[in-house]
Ligand binder design. Structure first.
Ligand SMILES: C=CC1=C(C)c2cc3[nH]c(cc4nc(cc5[nH]c(cc1n2)c(C)c5CCC(=O)O)C(CCC(=O)O)=C4C)c(C)c3C=C
Ligand SMILES: [Fe+2]
Ligand SMILES: [Fe+2]
Length: 330
């Protein structure tokens, strides 16, 4: 194998990071996953002395069984869709980059964990690692906590690799172009022409916006640029409300109920998710559709995420190759 030019023969590592998902659609596995996820202070910003009793009490005794039922509806032969799609994205990126780089993936919560994935890259000879959190819009609860976990692992190492991080890409032409292509292909496959395009982003507590998290603004930017690219309006809503605090509005569920009641036809898609997962396949495509139809709506479609489809992979390789400039040969 020819060593990459530019430095002393070591390899470049690329680590894709996504959120994480349970190992199985069973209450025990979901409980382990939720306990780790919802104990992250970047995700639930309530002091642990108040939050942990609620989490260990009400949340972890009731939610795992309910969520496990939802996971069962979307589980595939390859496992959880989020894990299977992230693996496919890593494999495709590896095929594109070839032997000059080693590509792997990790999950912020659950397996494969970030620390062992970094160790495996180092063991394979990588002394330069690009970490790519697969969240187009920056959020403390997603991007920052992935970066925190990488930093926490590096704090345990005597010999650290050099690191780069893929910046958030809410307005990147490669991302907007991929979304445009994906939405247009999705619309072309429908047997009706939706009069509303609804972009549903994962929600966050409203107060995080006042505290300076750029997430909300970056979601609006993505939707505006996509609307410009498509040449038609794109409505924005925020899904997956959790807990009692005020979350970003409008809520996807209320928006779908309103659109159904108004007799509109709708295509929903989730530009903030790099891969389809519980939040899209169950919450939008199954429950969102029910909400819309129960309100009287007739024509509903859910358009898939970028996933490991051609447009999504072209975008991912373009973003990653750009960040590897000066590391990769030529
Ligand atoms: C306080 C709770 C939550 C915050 C804040 C939050 C932010 C957030 N999440 C994602 C992406 C995903 N979330 C997923 C699942 C999920 N999210 C929460 C709660 C919060 N998310 C819960 C409790 C769950 C688990 C499922 C459930 O029990 O309802 C997933 C899907 C995982 C999968 O296995 O498929 C993703 C992806 C973003 C982008 C975000 C902030 C911007
Ligand atoms: Fe979430
Ligand atoms: Fe959800």
């Amino acid at each position: 194998m020819t060593p990459p030019a530019g430095h002393s023969g070591a390899r470049i590592g690329v680590l894709l990071v996504n959120l994480g998902t349970p190992d199985a659609p069973e209450p025990g596995a979901v409980r382990r996953y939720l306990a780790e996820f919802l104990s992250d202070r970047r995700v639930v910003e309530i002091p642990p002395i108040l939050w942990q009793p609620i989490l260990r009490g009400a949340v972890l005794t009731t939610r795992p069984a309910k969520s496990a039922r939802a996971y069962r509806l979307i589980w595939s032969d390859a496992g959880s869709p989020l894990a299977a799609i992230t693996r496919a994205q890593a494999d495709a990126l590896q095929a594109d980059l070839g032997p000059a780089a080693r590509v792997t993936y990790a999950m912020r919560y659950g397996e494969p964990a970030i620390g062992p994935a970094i160790d495996a890259l180092i063991a394979a000879g990588c002394d330069r690692i690009l970490v790519a959190p697969l969240y187009p819009q920056y959020c403390g609860a997603t991007t920052a906590t992935a970066v925190d976990a990488v930093g926490a692992h590096l704090a345990t190492l005597r010999a650290q690799p050099s690191l780069r991080f893929l910046p958030p890409y809410p307005d990147d032409p490669a991302y907007i172009g991929a979304l445009k292509a994906s939405v247009e292909a999705g619309l072309a496959a429908l047997d009706f022409a939706p009069d509303v395009l609804l972009a549903s982003f994962h929600g966050m507590p409203e107060r995080t916006r006042a505290l300076g998290d750029p997430y909300h603004d970056q979601c609006q930017t993505t939707a505006r640029l996509l609307s410009d690219a498509l040449g038609r309006p794109v409505e924005v809503a925020f899904q997956s409300r959790f807990g009692r605090a005020r979350w970003l509005e409008p809520a996807t569920e209320a928006t779908l109920a309103r659109l159904g009641g108004e007799g509109r036809s709708v295509a929903v898609f989730a530009p903030g998710f790099a891969a389809d997962c519980l939040e899209t396949l169950e919450e939008l495509a199954i429950r969102g559709k029910q909400t819309f139809e129960r309100a009287g709506g007739r024509n509903f479609a859910y358009l898939p995420c970028l996933n490991a489809d051609v447009a999504g992979l072209e975008m991912l390789t373009a973003l990653v190759r750009r960040e590897l400039a000066g590391w990769l040969p030529g």
